[in-house]
Write a protein that binds this ligand. Structure first.
Ligand code: AMP
Ligand code: MG
Length: 438
């Protein structure tokens, strides 16, 4: 079932994070369907491998060859026919009749009682199916080797043609967020360009009368706008096109204008600030005119208030679907937590990624953690290792939603789930690493 952002269940006093995630994902699905009706190939770009990192593969990449293209040796050693092997402790003695190098195959045949010195990656010579690693042999003379029969079985240490990839089968599936290994894999197939989804255009703005741009002097009660920089960093990890809409004052005319400008050019608008109780009333009015936006109280800490929905299409809009809107809370840690928990997955999904959920691991909490039930908490922490080698996790200082240092010193979130209560020292907890994500 698809929820509209204004669906009553989503406006209940406390929305479970899973419900919020589901509502976001459903809406993104609708936007993708909307985009498919309007565009086709224009949403796909052909990029060279050196430009493809962190982009999302748009079509299955089919292997044009078998990999490996022929049987070859997995070890430095000696190739021979395995029919001389058995289970006994008897010694096999073989005559060395030549050498095969990677890129320089041996052309002749290997007969019974003979073997060939072979390097890793060299093609298996005719008449051979097995390789004995060099270190398992003794060499009574330059021209012969010996080893115990029972050391290996026929066929060992040989890589078979097509065992890695088969001609015509997908080497990388559509929807993959391309990592370094994927680029290497494409190159190993002789493929120089990849079809990827176009970069999403994401507009960001900070709202608040108290906010000052870097370089400006701070007067009483004003603070520097840090959220746009955290958000820019978070978005850059995803390789998107960022449209920086700057700081917007808390007045209806400026806000309306900023939202309309963003809706014209961006696939997604992310704002921070202005959605907390009190301020929300003011923003709500504007959002009612400009879009279909719900104001959520999410059962989480930090990050409780959040606005989410779509902006109404605007004449001349460049995006193939309505602009998705996230109104994140203003507190600097809450911005990063809500981005991690909701925005990241939505951006990946909207850009065609198959896998959007970040991986979780577990670690032992070094100390007790107080946790209120009926909400999900994201505590900032450092993942380490105890004396016994087991993973441990330690919270970083004060955990207030505005204390960015707790985030800066941390390398992970400890995620305390909705139904969990207090954590005792020594309990296992779920952990999400920042690296590669944030
Ligand atoms: P708000 O959600 O607008 O009520 O803001 C909550 C808190 O976050 C207030 O203390 C704001 O001053 C602060 N805040 C809002 N926007 C930013 C920003 N862009 N950079 C740093 N702090 C902010
Ligand atoms: Mg504000």
């Amino acid at each position: 079932m698809t929820h509209s952002p204004n669906d009553p269940i989503l406006l209940s006093s406390s929305l479970h994070v899973d419900e919020a995630r589901k509502a976001i994902s459903d809406l993104v699905k609708d936007l993708l369907a909307e985009a498919r009706n309007i565009t086709s190939q224009s949403a796909i770009e052909l990029v060279s491998l050196d430009q493809a990192i962190n982009r999302i593969l748009a079509e299955d990449l089919l292997s044009p060859i078998d990999v490996p293209s022929a049987d070859n040796s997995a070890m430095d050693g000696y190739a021979f026919h395995g029919n001389c092997l058995g289970n006994s402790e008897d010694i096999v003695s073989l005559k060395v009749i030549g050498t095969a190098y990677a890129g320089k195959p041996f052309e002749g045949n290997i007969g019974a009682g003979e073997c060939l010195k072979i390097m890793t990656g060299a093609l298996m010579p005719n008449g051979c199916d097995t390789v004995i690693p060099q270190e398992l042999t003794s060499t009574p003379s330059d021209a012969s080797i010996e080893f115990k029969q029972s050391l290996l079985k026929p066929g060992e240490n040989r890589r078979l043609r097509g065992e890695d990839l088969q001609n015509g089968k997908p080497a990388i599936e559509a929807g993959r967020l391309l990592r370094p290994s994927d680029l290497g894999l494409a190159a190993s197939l002789g493929i120089a360009t990849l079809k990827v989804h176009r970069k999403l255009k994401v507009a960001i703005l900070s709202s608040g009368d108290e906010l000052r741009t870097l370089g400006e002097a701070l007067d009483a009660g004003s603070i520097y706008d840090s959220n746009r920089y955290s958000l820019t960093g978070l978005l850059n990890r995803l390789d998107l096109e960022i449209i920086d809409c700057g700081i917007v004052r808390d007045d209806p005319v400026s806000l309306k204008e900023a939202f309309c400008n963003a809706a014209k050019v961006a696939d997604v608008l992310i704002s921070s600030g202005g959605v907390s109780v009190g301020e929300a009333d003011f923003t709500k009015q504007i959002m009612q005119d400009l879009g279909d936006v719900g104001f959520w109280k999410i059962a989480m800490r930090p990050g409780r208030p959040m606005a989410f929905g779509t902006l109404k299409p605007i004449a001349g809009q460049s995006s193939p679907h309505k602009t998705l809107f996230f109104g994140l809370p203003g507190n600097p840690v809450a911005v990063m937590v809500t981005f991690y928990q909701f925005v990241r997955a939505a951006l990946l999904q909207l850009n065609g990624a198959a896998q959007t959920e970040p991986p979780l691991t577990q670690a032992i909490s070094e100390s007790a953690i107080r946790k209120k039930p009926d909400r999900t908490e994201f505590q900032r922490a450092i993942l380490g290792r105890g004396k016994d080698g087991k993973p441990t996790v330690k919270l970083t200082g004060s955990q207030g939603a505005g204390i960015l240092r707790s985030m800066s010193e941390a390398n992970c979130f400890v995620i305390l789930h909705h139904d969990q209560g207090n954590i005792a020292a020594g309990d296992w907890v779920d952990v999400a690493l920042f690296d590669g994500l944030l």
